[in-house]
Design a binder for this molecule. Structure first.
Ligand code: PMP
Length: 376
């Protein structure tokens, strides 16, 4: 079989060698970062250096960074910690946001999956209870980028707090928390070449939240528990490198566009979801008409190419995508959609290999359209 090709970077992206070294070095040392002796202070230094690097990635101050166990916990801390009784979340949020905000009001999206800001304003105007609005920066399934600055401006006009899940954007898209105007922002290390199991919530000065995990006073009292120093050190190293190499995404975008042009040319009935909106440079959500996404995932896997169906983050099973449903995509279309996500290890040949494999699967698996059958 050909060399395995990993094109599922939105699920997790390979650990960067700098992060691997930082993790190994930190694991080789000992000390609790809360201890006042030299061993403890050395561990504390690793955390504070990482805090600076992670803050820089989001244009934030180091003091505003609260390390967590990942994006899921950062989202949970923001959404539960804010303690708002009225919560409004977009229809296309990650499951970790939806699960933390059961009973929340849904902000609708348009056919490209972009949040409808006038609809949000109308919802905010309905009640005067202090509200929390949560809208992601870019979607994990389609890569569609949300008008977060406009969302935050509208929400603040109605006195609401604003949270943004930027897990898929950090390192892929230059942004600054002040430009977005949000009060809280979630990040996850393993989406940018850091280790799985660490992330951060950035809480802007003046935003009051309560901890969800209580105990020791770590992380300014907002997240108790001895810090995962080695993972945090790896997060910091990956964040610094991702920040420096941000320009590489312009090149990656050309690979993504090449794939999409190839697919559109080979199969005029194929669909590319969210294509009409600004998107992350690395993500493509493609429907191969008439071929179930599970079948495609397995067929690509047999050729050595790893892609995914929808988010497929948690259980490994494929359910209907709530993201595509919210965009008004009928079940049949959504059921044939796969996600291809490129990353910092992807090269032009990888994109060409995927495109060729897509065409060959399409020729083999897609039901023949009547005119194609006649021609055959
Ligand atoms: N939000 C988004 C948009 C994500 O894609 C993910 C990861 N799939 C998460 C949150 C959760 O992050 P983590 O895996 O670090 O818990």
């Amino acid at each position: 079989m050909a060399e395995p090709l990993y094109l599922d970077h939105n699920a997790t992206t390979p650990l960067r060698p700098v992060a691997q070294r930082a993790i190994a070095d930190a694991f080789a040392a000992t000390g609790n970062p809360s201890s006042v002796h030299g061993f403890g202070r050395a561990q504390r230094r690793l955390i504070e250096d990482a805090r600076e690097a992670v803050a820089a990635l989001a244009g934030a101050s180091a003091e505003s960074v609260v390390f967590t166990s990942g994006g899921t916990e950062a989202n949970t801390l923001a959404l539960l910690g804010a303690g708002c009784r009225r919560v409004l979340v977009s229809a296309v949020e990650h499951d970790s946001v939806l699960a933390a905000t059961e009973g929340a009001v849904t902000i609708p999206v348009d056919g490209n999956g972009v949040v409808e800001v006038p609809a949000l304003e109308a919802l905010l105007a309905e009640a005067h209870t202090p509200a929390l609005v949560s809208v992601m920066l870019a979607n994990n399934e389609t890569g569609v980028i949300q008008p977060v600055a406009a969302v935050a401006e509208a929400a603040h006009r109605f006195g609401a707090l604003v949270h943004c899940d930027a897990v898929q954007c950090a390192g892929k898209l230059a942004f600054a928390i002040d430009d977005l105007g949000v009060d809280m922002l979630s990040l996850s290390a393993h989406k940018l070449g850091g280790p799985q199991g660490t992330g951060a919530l950035i809480v802007r000065a003046g935003t009051e939240i309560s901890p969800v995990i209580r105990g020791g006073g770590q992380e300014r009292g907002l997240r108790a528990g001895t810090e995962a120093v080695a993972l945090i050190a790896g997060f910091g190293a990956a964040a610094a490198e991702a920040d420096e190499t941000g320009s590489a995404w312009a090149e990656i975008e050309t690979y993504r566009d090449r794939i999409e042009a190839h697919v559109a040319n080979a199969a005029p009935d194929a669909r590319i979801f969210g294509r009409g909106a600004p998107r992350l440079a690395n993500t493509s959500c493609l429907a191969m008409p008439g071929v179930a996404n599970e079948v495609q995932v397995m067929a690509f896997d047999l050729t050595g190419i790893a892609i995914s169906a929808g988010a497929a983050c948690s259980s490994g099973t494929v359910g209907p995508s709530h993201v595509l449903a919210a965009m008004g995509v009928p079940e049949a279309g959504a059921g044939s959609a796969i996600r291809v996500s490129l990353g910092w290890t992807t090269c032009a040949d990888d994109a060409d290999r995927f495109a060729a494999a897509w065409t060959s699967l399409y020729e083999r698996l897609a039901p023949r359209a009547p005119d194609r059958t006649r021609a055959a």
